[in-house]
Design a protein around this ligand. Structure first.
Ligand code: PXP
Length: 254
């Protein structure tokens, strides 16, 4: 039986790859702002945009346009740099998710080294809190990260579930089960210490269902699969189907 903590689960839609598509032809469409608005109308609880140092997808004018015109919650994904903090101070998003960034990576490959970067993260998180922006750190589900999360007094931790999603593709589900239990236990520890647990990276309909069965996870952030699937089904229907997967997952026995 499930315990009686029956948290709601929210969906954040990452719209970076709408900008990837636009930039591929150096056109001014499709518009990330329009995608964000449609995502909101289709049931997304927030949208995420990652302003990378190299501006490979979302650029500065996208962020401004979204920040000033999007009626929903914007989660600004960013590296822990002074440049990004300055932008966050100007646009005051609903939340900031701090991620590691490497120029040569195709996508965010793993969670932050929160221990090695503690001194860099602290003033940024303190400042974000001061201006009323919710803070999230994107981390791997390793217990060694917990003390720093508590010390930095973050609001939320987003668990990198890319490994889990990769392992789901393997025929033998032994390693998948180990990773799943690791995420489940880690989420419980976050929850019992007052940090909201989120998860993201590599999720599709199936893995969304499975991860939504973890009661303590309160938000999923999904990008690439939603945008890719929209080619065939449309953004609105894809979001509805993802939300169905979340609801089915939530109702599963843990
Ligand atoms: N959450 C974070 C912190 C990310 O960096 C990303 C990838 O940009 C996502 C979620 C979404 O991952 P995906 O595009 O694989 O769904």
């Amino acid at each position: 039986m499930k315990n009686n903590i029956k948290n709601n689960i929210r969906l954040g839609v990452n719209i970076d790859h709408v900008a990837t598509l636009r930039n591929a032809r150096k056109e001014n469409f499709p518009s990330p702002l329009n995608a964000a608005s449609l995502a909101l109308e289709s049931g997304a609880d927030s949208i995420t945009a990652h302003l990378r140092e190299d501006r490979r997808h979302i650029n500065d004018s996208d962020i401004k346009e979204i920040a000033y015109n999007f009626p929903g919650k914007l989660n600004l994904e960013m590296a822990a740099t002074d440049e990004m903090l300055e932008i966050a101070e100007k646009i005051k998003p609903f939340s900031c998710c701090i991620v590691p960034e490497k120029r040569e990576e195709i996508t965010t490959e793993g969670g932050l080294d929160v221990i090695g970067n503690h001194n860099k993260l602290k003033p940024i998180i303190d400042r974000l809190r001061e201006i009323g922006v919710r803070t999230t750190l994107f981390i791997d589900p390793e217990d060694i990260n917990l003390d720093v999360c508590y010390d930095l007094k973050i609001d939320c931790a987003e668990i990198h579930c890319g490994t889990l999603c990769r392992l789901y593709e393997e025929e033998d589900k032994k390693d998948f089960d180990i990773e799943f239990n690791k995420i489940k236990n880690f989420s419980k520890k976050l929850f019992s210490n007052g940090i909201e647990a989120h998860a993201g990276h590599g999720l599709n309909y199936e893995t969304t269902k499975l991860i939504s069965s973890i009661n303590e996870i309160e938000e999923l952030n999904i990008g690439f699969f939603i945008i890719a699937e929209s080619i065939f089904n449309g953004l609105d229907k894809t979001i509805l189907t993802i939300k169905e997967s979340m609801n089915i997952g939530r109702s599963l026995e843990e």
